[in-house]
Design a protein around this ligand. Structure first.
Ligand SMILES: *Cc1c(COP(=O)(O)O)cnc(C)c1O
Length: 380
């Protein structure tokens, strides 16, 4: 990094956690960086760039239409605003005042999650169906009959949760009332067939985050029904200065470099050898395992750290280190703190007596440094 960055004491951190927004998301590939440099040389018209990149995404996933957005959280916000305002420019300008619009968004009570907050930012009201134990069809129908419903939000990672109505059932009910179903599938990017699966299962809008497929931290896309993606364009940032309405989504603007990076990263992801990607994680896990074997008080297990932050058996992308405090003379938390607090800063997943070293965005040199640091902390 340059002199200024050094002066600012930027905390370069070795990321052994995986994909986290606070750690910067993913690492962009040389191909993605090249594409960003390439589009940086010339100016392009952003409206047509969004149309063209959207067309490619839509064709790729057999959706009617799509649009690159500054992330999945932005896609939830823009998709909700689109369902409120439609293609009416005055309504786009009127938001977050929802007077005269259908402005309730339904979510199953057992589906409440951190990102549902983006719905409320548009001025819409999030209304729960059922209880935290689940929801029934008659409860959905009653809500749809009694309330002015603009959209149903369905988080893909909670689909099928015990007691809740699955996506297919929600879609079937929603169609009867002509209400669109929005699926937040932000991290449903592997196996790659999963990306398009929600469209095939009847979702009207789907959000994906590019941080999970090697794209920019502040990138992603929304895809779905043509009239709804057209409504997304009506609330998205372009034509604010040049157009006649002050569109709602103006702060959610994007650089041409980011828009291009999203589609180039997506193309690379779809064409990547994912078996080789996992084989590479496994090699790193085994190397770290070798480096740490024999350190007193540690037990070492290859594990898979999942997108919903659980350690399961397969396929391995992490080394799970259990620290026996009595034998190691240190707790797992104090080891993790020692890794995180001194240069080079190393961020790990730490819970209870365990430390997870996740390989997803680590290179070989970093794995070696992590092994040496853990040894030096424990053998000091
Ligand atoms: C990360 C994430 C988001 C937000 O995506 P961004 O692209 O970071 O805005 C939304 N939903 C889920 C489930 C996520 O994991």
């Amino acid at each position: 990094m340059g002199d200024l960055l050094q002066e600012l004491e930027i905390k370069r951190t070795i990321n052994a956690c995986g994909i986290y927004t606070d750690l910067g998301g993913s690492r962009l590939s040389p191909g993605v960086i090249d594409a960003m440099l390439d589009v940086n040389r010339d100016f392009v018209q952003l409206g047509p760039l969004l149309d063209e990149t959207g067309r490619w995404i839509a064709e790729t996933f057999k959706a009617e239409s799509a649009r690159v957005t500054p992330g999945a959280a932005a896609a939830i916000m823009l998709g909700t605003a689109a369902c409120l305002a439609g293609t009416d420019g005055d309504r786009s300008e009127q938001l977050p005042n929802t007077a005269g619009m259908k402005a309730n968004v339904l979510i199953q009570a057992a589906h409440r999650y951190k990102y549902d907050r983006q719905v409320s930012l548009t001025g819409a009201t999030l209304a729960e169906v059922g209880t935290e134990n689940g929801a029934r069809e008659d409860q959905f129908c009653e809500a749809l009959e009694r309330q002015d419903v603009a959209m149903i939000l369905h988080p893909a990672h909670l689909d099928g949760k015990a007691g809740t109505l699955p996506l297919e059932k929600v879609v079937e009910i929603a169609r009867r009332y002509h209400v669109p179903v929005f699926v937040d599938a932000a991290y449903m990017v592997y196996p790659v067939e999963m990306i398009g699966s929600y469209i095939a299962r009847g979702a009207d809008l789907v959000a994906i985050s590019s941080k999970y497929f090697g794209g920019p931290n502040a990138g992603g896309f929304i895809m779905g029904k043509r009239h709804l993606v057209e409504a997304v364009s009506n609330v998205h940032f372009t034509a604010y200065e040049s157009g006649s309405v002050l569109k709602f989504g103006r702060p959610l603007k994007m650089d041409r470099q980011t828009i291009v990076a999203v589609v180039v990263a997506l193309d690379e992801w779809l064409n990547a050898d994912h078996d080789e990607r996992y084989a590479d994680y496994r090699r790193k896990v085994d190397r770290l395992h070798d480096q740490l074997s024999g350190v007193p008080g540690l037990s070492l297990e290859p594990k898979c750290f999942t997108m919903d932050e659980r350690f399961v058996d397969e396929p391995a992308n992490a080394l799970l280190i259990t620290v026996d405090e009595a034998k190691a003379n240190r707790s797992a938390a104090s080891v993790a703190d020692a890794l995180f607090d001194q240069k080079p800063y190393i961020a790990t997943i730490q819970e209870g007596d365990r430390i997870g070293v996740v390989m997803d965005v680590l290179n070989d040199d970093e794995v070696t440094i992590i092994g040496e640091r853990i040894r030096s902390v424990l053998l000091a």
